[in-house]
Design a protein around this ligand. Structure first.
Ligand code: DOR
Ligand code: ZN
Length: 335
């Protein structure tokens, strides 16, 4: 059994910088045609100069691979219209983080009043810049995403022309919100299709599965699987592959993030196949994103086959999801 995917896209990816960038970027570039690159570096990407030089470092790290890094800017309320107009052609989206909610988000937003957000959102709406959001409050960890939904709704209603992506959704509440507003879309990760909180903390603690938003309940996972497997036209694959060195994961204060880039396509093929939904994988990993973002990625044909894939225990000190386990699909060829 084989399938062919055309130009897979990862619409939410952390590539980091320095040696980590050199380790992880080639792994995504090998099988994906492009990815949306998150701006939460230290310091975050907030200027055109920083953005262009980061893009250069990414291109250098991937070498000759045919891969587009779709760049994003870190959301700040003090960007003015002229700045956004000038940078618009260099970015695909602006990523909003609530302050302190996750890795390197300290400079994020701490005031969600519409008055404070309106000027920049109005400018983005007019310029056609997409808004990507890490949608969590700082409430109780299991409730954070559901509590954020009224904020999504407030923005979606006030700016009907602004495309809003609910990043890495984990709850049935977020899935339900999708169909209430025309301008709300979502990315879904690999790990949230596979795991619930039980896998993270139900037995021995598994730090390599710890991420933000935390994996939720079986009924939430079921809702995610349903929209992903049906390739609902408003959802797309965004791995949120977030590598951290092993010593930052296997530590008393474990960093949040699951590193999935090298296993993403085989694991997606496996879970879609098992669900009898393999014919919808193309839409979920490419076509929907092309329609939502209006992009045409470079042509790349990825042949996946139903053969065992032994997942490496680590890549240069970074532990991937399914480390040391075997998946039932593997990448056979990339053309
Ligand atoms: O688990 C996560 N890790 N969630 C995020 O939102 C950020 C990411 C990271 O950058 O490590
Ligand atoms: Zn992320």
């Amino acid at each position: 059994m084989q399938i062919k995917l055309n130009s897979p896209l990862d619409m939410h990816l952390h590539l980091r910088d320095g040696d980590m960038l050199k380790t992880v970027a080639p792994l995504s570039a090998k099988t994906f045609s492009g990815a949306i690159i998150m701006p939460n570096l230290v310091p975050p990407i907030t200027t055109k100069e920083a953005l262009l030089s980061y893009k250069e470092r990414i291109l250098k790290a991937i070498g000759r691979e045919n891969f587009i890094p779709y760049m994003t800017l870190f959301f700040k309320t003090d960007y003015d219209y002229e700045f956004l107009k000038d940078i618009k052609d260099e970015i695909l989206a602006i990523k909003l983080y609530p302050a302190g909610i996750t890795t390197n988000s300290e400079d994020g937003v701490d005031n969600f009043s519409i008055d404070s957000l309106a000027p920049i959102l109005e400018a983005m709406s007019e310029l056609g810049i997409v808004l990507c959001v890490h949608g969590e409050t700082n409430g109780f960890v299991m409730d954070r995403e559901a509590e954020f939904i009224p904020i999504y709704e407030k923005i979606a209603k006030r700016f009907p022309k602004l495309k809003i992506i609910m990043e890495h959704i984990t709850t049935k509440e977020a899935v339900e919100a999708l169909d209430r507003y025309e301008n709300l879309y979502a990315t879904i990760t690999l790990h949230h299709l596979f795991i619930t909180l039980d896998d993270v903390a139900g037995g021995l603690l598994r730090p390599h599965l710890f991420c933000k938003p935390i994996a939720k309940r079986p009924e939430d996972r079921m809702a995610l699987r349903k929209v992903a497997f049906s390739a609902h036209e408003k959802v797309m694959f965004g791995s949120d592959s977030a590598p951290h060195p092993r010593d930052k994961k296997e530590a008393p204060g474990c960093a949040a993030g699951v590193f999935t880039a090298p296993v993403a396509l085989p694991a997606l093929a496996q879970i879609f196949y098992e669900a009898g939904a393999i014919e919808n994988l193309q839409k979920f990993v490419s076509q929907n994103a092309q329609n939502i973002y209006g992009v045409t990625p470079p042509l790349k044909e990825v042949i996946l086959e139903m053969e065992s894939f032994e997942v490496p225990k680590e890549y240069n000190g970074v532990v991937p999801m399914f480390a040391g386990e075997s998946l039932s699909w593997r990448v056979k060829d990339v053309i």
